[in-house]
Ligand binder design. Structure first.
Ligand code: AMP
Length: 272
């Protein structure tokens, strides 16, 4: 497995490849969720590139950029065992320059929900993914449904900028008890972890109820009874294009939650 440290090395490596390329962008501290993306990429492509880059431009001032878990050696081992061909681990200095051309997330869908509570976050995500796509020139790129709004915006960017890349969505991987896997779960104390479970429980309940009723208010009330979090930022009901909806549309609804448990911000969602 190759370790590529600079965009130049990665571009050279990409040029040497024959056949299709599956690309999995990550911020590292890899878990089973990431592994699922990698596995799918491995099954569907001749070559697999994983990037590990804690991208500073998608963190807001005061967020966890400095304490974000970094486990590079363990990540390399996981990638090697999963049959990855190359891991791209650039640093901020060689990914960014002074006074760059910037990409702006769409005014509405890039600034609601996650984009409201983390204003500018998606500008940074799209900026870096744009660079990563140009460096790795993938045939297919793999993104988790866990970050549903990100997945939607990446699809939009591919359309708007005419990238010739197939975006493959991957279902959310959960612990046995339902907690969505996240690199940030390590921040949770055992007590907080228990309370964090109320998020996936509320979503599961919502999914169950939505087979009986399309009344969003009724479903929301039931979710609120289950949720045991410190600050609920949103419960939202959108369609697959991230338009707010006022009734459940079977086959075209995503229910999303963002909440703090202690000082850890968690997001999760369920596709109906
Ligand atoms: P991250 O390292 O958190 O930036 O995530 C890298 C990719 O893994 C993104 O496309 C995420 O949506 C995806 N991902 C993160 N957690 C999960 C999960 N529990 N299940 C599936 N995909 C995930």
């Amino acid at each position: 497995m190759k370790i590529l440290k600079t965009p130049k090395e990665a571009i050279e490596f990409r040029k040497s490849l024959k056949g299709s390329v599956g690309f999995v962008p990550t911020m590292g501290a890899l878990h089973q969720g990431h592994l699922e993306l990698i596995k799918k990429a491995r099954e569907e492509n001749d070559n697999v590139i994983v990037s590990i880059f804690v991208n500073p431009t998608q963190f807001l001032p005061g967020e966890d950029l400095d304490k974000y878990p970094r486990k590079l050696e363990a990540d390399f081992e996981i990638c090697k065992r999963a049959g990855v061909d190359a891991v791209f681990t650039p640093n901020a200095e060689n990914m960014y320059s002074e006074d760059e051309i910037l990409i702006k997330a769409p005014k509405v869908k890039g600034y609601i929900l996650e984009g409201f509570f983390r204003a500018g976050h998606f500008d940074g995500v799209l900026q870096v993914v744009n660079k990563l796509f140009n460096i790795t020139k993938p045939t297919r790129a793999y993104f988790g449904k866990k970050d549903a709004q990100q997945l939607y915006l990446i699809n939009q960017m591919v359309k708007n900028f005419f990238f010739d890349i197939e975006i493959i969505p991957v279902d959310t991987i959960r612990e046995k008890d339902g907690l969505a896997l996240s690199s940030r779960n390590v921040y949770l104390s055992p007590k907080e972890r228990k309370r964090a479970l109320s998020i996936s429980k509320a979503l599961k309940k919502a999914a169950k109820l939505s087979s009986k009723t399309n009344d969003i208010n009724e479903i929301k009330q039931e979710m609120l009874k289950i949720l045991d979090v410190d600050e609920l930022q949103y419960i939202a009901f959108v369609d697959r294009e991230f338009n707010y909806i006022d009734k459940i549309i079977p086959g075209n609804t995503i229910i999303l939650i963002a909440a703090f448990v202690g000082s850890t911000r968690l997001i999760d969602n369920i596709w109906i």
